[in-house]
Design a protein around this ligand. Structure first.
Ligand code: NAD
Length: 347
């Protein structure tokens, strides 16, 4: 087989991850892929050019990149302007097809089924995001997370509330629990209650508004329902030292779950991490890409690339997801795009 896999360049200052790592590239090389990667593309994630060269991948200068072509090109965000002579299939997250490529595959269109799990970048990255968000709460809180008894005094566990319990929320709960916090959680999908309990957290039940979506996702709520929900959540927010919000509705603005009144009701020193900041935010007052400290002494964290804060692990997981996907796309040394999961992603 002689298929070429090209990692497309991106601004590694904005996103330090890389879409293919040496360890995974080594396995692809053994399967017959020729892996090409722009020089320096992995450095910010902890993978120097020498590590790629050592496993038989080719690192490309800008000039070499402009001339090269590949059967498959990997990127993070679509669309991209192809920086090379050509790529048959471009794979990334986004809704717009890449000009000049015969096929664009959009990773967020992957069905959320058991079989698809090994290729699911939304899950692999959200999982890491949830971990990083819980650490951010611990980092910004001016108090201890666990209960501790010392000769100098004792503390009670910090109270952490997680709103939205999908992949990121579950990992945020698990991580905050491991750090010793007392955790409670809410999701509009009541079916996650058992998962919340199994992680040792308390389920917050709010009767009233619901938002059924498709394919296991939540749907959008109307304005009145959202307002009721905000009011019902207010006392739980106010009683928390740390709040992590992860609520998303695919393709829509994130639901605003934490009102200005709820933020105002929190104790000084409390921390909110709004993981939905990039898609409009779950919290009034968080700013995308910023850490805001309010005059009342609250910290509102609006980081928009949580997996990027764990670039090395995030890149490894992403690359493995891509290797699992590529395995479905090759038969007898040829690219074949007839698998159900592959077809679901073609734009
Ligand atoms: P997501 O990022 O779309 O949303 C995060 C969470 O926000 C979801 O749990 C959602 O219910 C919640 N939410 C939305 N609106 C809300 C509101 N108004 N109030 C409170 N919470 C709200 O979700 P995700 O992490 O991508 O997971 C989506 C679904 O896919 C889940 O059911 C998950 O279990 C499932 N899933 C399945 C697989 C698989 O089997 N391959 C993989 C990953 C996820």
């Amino acid at each position: 087989m002689s298929l070429r896999l090209l990692v497309l360049p991106h601004d590694t200052l904005a996103d330090p991850r890389v879409a293919m790592v040496p360890e995974v590239a080594a396995r692809l090389t053994k399967q017959g892929w020729q892996v090409q990667i722009p020089a320096g593309a992995g450095v910010a994630a902890g993978f120097p050019d020498s590590a790629y060269k050592a496993i038989g991948a080719t690192t490309l200068t800008a000039k070499e990149l402009a001339k090269t072509s590949a059967e498959v090109a990997l990127t993070f965000t679509l669309p991209v302007t192809l920086p090379c002579a050509g790529a048959a299939v471009v794979i990334g997250l986004g809704t717009n097809a890449t000009k000049g490529a015969s096929t664009t595959m959009a990773l967020q269109k992957l069905p959320r089924t058991t079989r698809a799990q090994a290729l699911d970048v939304l899950s692999s990255q959200a999982n890491l995001g949830g971990y990083a968000a819980a650490l951010a709460v611990a980092h910004h809180l001016p108090r201890l997370m666990p209960a501790l008894s010392t000769a100098a005094g004792s503390t009670k566990p910090a109270k952490v509330l997680v709103l939205g319990v999908g992949v990121a929320g579950l990992q945020a709960i698990a991580t905050a629990r491991r750090l010793g916090a007392a955790v409670s959680a809410f999701d509009i999908r009541p079916e996650v209650a058992e998962q919340i309990k199994s992680l040792g957290a308390k389920v917050i039940e709010v009767d009233g508004p619901t938002a059924e979506g498709k394919g296991g996702y939540a749907g959008t709520m109307d304005a009145a329902g959202l307002k009721t929900l905000q009011e019902k959540l207010l006392s739980f927010v106010a009683a928390s030292d740390g709040v992590i919000t992860t609520a998303q509705v695919p393709g829509k603005a994130a639901p605003q779950l934490v009102s200005a009144a709820a933020v105002a009701a929190m104790q000084p020193g409390s921390v909110i991490v709004d993981m939905a900041a990039a898609s409009g935010g779950n919290v009034v007052g968080t700013k995308a890409g910023e850490v805001v400290t309010t005059p009342e002494g609250l910290t509102l964290v609006g980081e928009t690339n949580w997996p990027g804060t764990l670039a090395q692990t995030a890149s490894r997981f992403w690359a493995q997801n891509m290797a699992n996907l590529l395995a479905l796309m090759v038969r007898d040394g040829q690219l074949v795009l007839d698998d159900e999961l592959v077809k679901a992603m073609v734009l």
